[in-house]
Write a protein that binds this ligand. Structure first.
Ligand code: NZQ
Ligand code: ZN
Length: 380
């Protein structure tokens, strides 16, 4: 195990009816901005719950943070925040509203342009922010990351910074999600675990077992959720799995991959493919292209997650990869670029972008433009 420092300061407030705690959780003497997406909260009652919880308090609202939040929109919120001397933000929405809010919090605290903050990779300073999370998927409610899109150039990059001060997770907010949104959320959470797990064996027994616990849980609940998306306990397990999949707990002292996410972000930026869906397409391709490098871990994964114990090692590895792809498909997602009408031209665009940026992703820092091409060819 490598040396590491772990500190996750985000407070989780979990359960039914917890949105009513907002008033006691948000400090009294702050100048509050509340950020929202496009209006789903007005249809499912979350907006009313927030309003009731904050009755008697003054605050400003900002609406319209879109899925894959755009820097062009967030600049408007930063301007509004500066004009109103906002010093605390509550995000009410999915990962996009919260990620956008992380950039608004940085933009308000800085003189830099918002896109320059994203490109710098780290926000030096942010005003405090918290969330009411309405989509279990990204883990943004308990991590310091944010992913921002620049619509003008179809680019999508992440940056790091502060964690939310608190996040309220009420599993009942998930009842209004569509089957496709849930499929994408489960795929995102499952892939977050794989990005931190599917490297090499023998780094940490405890990280492996935690990751495997999350993978097994997601596999167990996914078909049940399809049957019964309004089952509170199932949705509670889904919600907590998504948080635990990307809140630093399962990556202490180990190497990580994340190449699939980087390639997935390109597919989203270029074609608008929903984030979780992009991962369902790329992850099996990453496994196929890098199966020698990940051989031992794929064997362990196949045996511990899918009980694959028969056949030669190569056959077991192939079976583990096939079963992973079947799992994504069982959620109701396509897993091939060709099914989404994406082909060679996009692959070459991504290769060119990676080469121009001089990037090399993955646990061995060997996923360059050329290796990304191999991965994407395996996704066709
Ligand atoms: O905008 P409104 O009208 O609110 O509708 C939203 C939006 O269309 C709707 N929605 C939200 N809560 C709902 C609901 N519909 C019904 N019932 C509810 N309870 O769903 C859509 C919102 O989607 P979005 O926020 O984009 O989904 P998600 O939470 O999956 O976030 C995806 C974004 O997070 C980034 C992704 O790249 C993408 O930009 N990620 C962030 C990460 C992080 N911060 O750590 C890590 C992830 O790997 C990911 O990259
Ligand atoms: Zn993700």
């Amino acid at each position: 195990m490598k040396n590491f420092i772990f500190q996750n300061p985000a407070k989780l407030v979990f359960g039914k009816g917890q949105i009513e705690k907002l008033s006691e959780l948000i400090p009294q003497n702050v100048n509050l901005l509340i950020t929202y997406g496009g209006g789903s909260v007005t249809k499912n009652g979350i907006y009313d719950q927030v309003k009731n919880a904050l009755k008697g308090r003054n605050y400003t609202e900002f609406w319209g943070i879109e899925p894959n939040p755009r820097v062009e929109t967030l600049r408007k919120a930063i301007k509004l925040g500066k004009e109103n001397e906002i010093d605390y933000i509550l995000a009410v929405g999915g990962g996009s509203v919260l990620d956008g809010t992380k950039l608004i919090a940085a933009g308000i605290a800085s003189e830099k342009d918002a896109w320059d903050i994203v490109l710098s990779g780290v926000a030096d300073k942010q005003i405090p922010f918290s969330s009411v999370m309405t989509v279990p998927a990204t883990g943004s409610e308990m991590n310091g990351g944010a992913v921002i899109t620049r619509e003008e150039t179809h680019e999508k990059f992440s940056f790091g910074g502060d964690y939310p001060q608190f996040s309220i997770l009420d599993p009942e907010v998930t009842y209004s999600l569509s089957e496709h949104q849930i499929a994408c959320g489960l795929a995102d959470a499952y892939t977050h675990v794989l990005e931190q797990y599917m490297t090499t064996t023998g780094q940490s027994r405890i990280m492996d077992r935690w990751a495997e616990g999350l993978l097994l849980t997601i596999i167990e609940i996914a078909p049940k959720i399809k049957e019964n998306p309004n089952d509170y306990d199932l949705m509670a397990d889904y919600m907590l799995s998504a948080t635990l999949a990307l809140n630093d707990f399962i990556r202490m002292g180990i190497t990580q991959d994340w190449a699939t996410h980087q390639i997935g972000h390109e597919l989203t930026a270029l074609h608008g493919i929903t984030h979780g869906h992009s991962l369902a397409i790329v992850m099996p391709g990453t496994f196929r292209a890098l199966k020698e490098q990940k051989h031992e871990k794929l064997l362990q994964y196949g045996e511990r997650i899918f009980n694959i114990t028969e056949g030669s090692e190569d056959e077991r590895v192939d079976k583990a990869i096939e079963t992973t792809e079947e799992f994504y498909r069982s959620l109701g997602l396509t897993t091939r670029l060709s099914e989404e009408g994406v082909g060679e031209e996009t692959i070459e665009t991504i290769v060119r972008r990676f080469n121009e940026r001089g990037v090399a992703f993955g646990e061995n820092r060997n996923v360059t433009g050329d290796v990304a091409r191999e991965i994407l060819n395996e996704c066709l």
